[in-house]
Unconditional design. Sequence first.
Length: 105
Amino acid sequence: MKQTPMRIELLLACPPTRKCRAIQELVGEAVERYPEQLRVDEYEAGTACPVTPTDGYRRARSGKGKFKKIPSVFVNGVEVAAGEPPERETLFRVIEEQLSQPRVS
């Protein structure tokens, strides 16, 4: 049975900023490394999500505010970065940790 790809969710500005493009580039590198194991969902700030977000994404808030920072990166519902691109090593470490956990289809 084929395993469901793990989700990476990106909250980006529209049009994408320099930070947003840096995140897209990093995540593109991750997808190249794990092509069958990752699915990327990009959400534009201020618009409805085109797919149902993960629980972790829906619950995340920036500090005491009610909004998420832009740009943000979530791996399997775990917030990896908010407001700034993540460090490459941090992103890949979280991806590898989350890939090692069992996923439900």
